[in-house]
Write a protein that binds this ligand. Structure first.
Ligand code: ZN
Length: 95
């Protein structure tokens, strides 16, 4: 029976499904079709590998050392900058 063969993933499918696959969001059939394609498509193996690496990098960056201190510092800087802007417009107006 060749019933399952027309449900094979194409490279395009794999590209679209790769996030779902890595998140485990694909159903059992979807996962099987995905793996079946990737298993004999070197292009998609590479694609998946690159994707995993990208996710790894993003995962590292997902934890930025953004302390409340640096946030209030940035806000203070912004306020100061706004104040300077305000003074500028004040001195521009003729007395
Ligand atoms: Zn492929």
């Amino acid at each position: 029976m060749a019933e399952g063969s027309d449900r094979r993933c194409t490279c395009r499918d794999v590209e679209g499904l790769v996030t779902d696959y890595l998140e485990g969001a694909l159903g059992k059939a979807g996962k099987a079709a995905f793996e079946e394609h990737v298993a004999d498509c070197p292009r998609c193996i590479q694609h998946l590998d690159e994707f995993r690496r990208t996710l790894g990098t993003v995962g590292e960056l997902r934890d930025p050392p953004c302390s409340p201190d640096s946030l209030s510092e940035a806000l203070e800087m912004f306020r100061r900058w706004k104040r300077i802007e305000g003074l500028d417009t004040d001195t521009d107006t003729d007395p």
